[in-house]
Design a protein around this ligand. Structure first.
Ligand code: 13P
Length: 249
């Protein structure tokens, strides 16, 4: 039995005020008993978030991390630094970083390995562009992204990775994948992992991301291979994010 995970990726948004509002709202919120919740705020808010989320079910995530432990890398942040602030999850391979910052599979892999070695749970994001979907290449693209990473991990490391399927055309567009479209790709990811190990595939936590909101979450989360959500825009509104969490029971 997999525990659902609802993760909020704030991207380059948020404020101290928003951090505090989440802390207050989740302190006494009625949530499903078996549910993991994580918020990925921008780096400057991590410390305030750690304090505000203390005593709530919200765990902390980082939006990226550098592959190195320390050194001359101006502007970067390492996994060991994030761990000092209680960060438990790290996003790697988000399409915004693949596209805007030219992060390729090799770099995504290095960042994912850094998250694992810092003791964090990496959330590996994969997904196809609209052009790739229209060309009928969705499964090729997504399974290549997953496969590149999995081939470089030890069996034990594979069990510690969460995978988020985020079709690029659904991110920030208000155009959500249908539950059937998402389910098809996510079932394929699980089947791919079963090629390594059936138990690994059964335990794999798979998130859907891309315009998930309070209205469409329940239907998406009802799909057999969707174990949770990676929420962007709707994670910036306390009530909407809370409603998504409540629909994950
Ligand atoms: P939206 O929910 O705003 O489409 O963003 C999804 C996303 O990119 C989460 O990582």
């Amino acid at each position: 039995m997999r525990t659902p995970l609802i993760a909020g990726n704030w991207k380059m948004n948020g404020s101290t005020e928003l951090v505090e509002a989440f802390g207050r709202a989740f302190a006494d919120a009625a949530l499903p008993a078996a549910l993991k919740v994580a918020i990925f705020p921008p780096f400057p808010y991590l410390d305030a978030a750690r304090r505000a989320f203390d005593g709530t079910p919200i765990r902390l995530g980082a939006q990226t991390l550098n592959p190195l432990h320390s050194g001359a890398r101006t502007g970067e942040v390492s996994g060991s630094m994030l761990r000092e602030f209680g960060v438990e999850y790290a996003l790697v391979g988000h399409s915004e970083r693949r596209q805007l910052y030219r992060e390729g599979d090799r770099e995504v892999c290095d960042r994912l390995l850094a998250a694992l070695s810092a003791g964090m749970t990496p959330v590996l994001c994969v997904g196809e562009t609209l052009e790739e979907r229209d060309a009928g290449r969705t499964l090729d693209v997504v399974l290549r992204q997953v496969g590149f990473i999995m081939a470089r991990l030890e069996p034990e490391q594979r069990t510690r990775v969460v995978i988020a399927y985020e079709p690029v055309w659904a991110i920030g567009t208000g155009r959500t994948a249908t539950p059937e479209q998402a389910q098809e790709v996510m079932a394929a990811i699980r089947a791919y992992q079963a090629g390594y190990d059936r138990e690994l595939a059964e335990g794999l936590c798979l998130l859907y991301g891309g315009s998930m909101n309070a209205n469409n979450a329940a239907e998406l989360l009802a799909q057999p291979d969707i174990d949770g959500g990676l929420v962007g825009g709707a994670s910036l509104k306390v009530d909407d994010f809370l409603a998504i969490c409540q629909s994950a029971g």
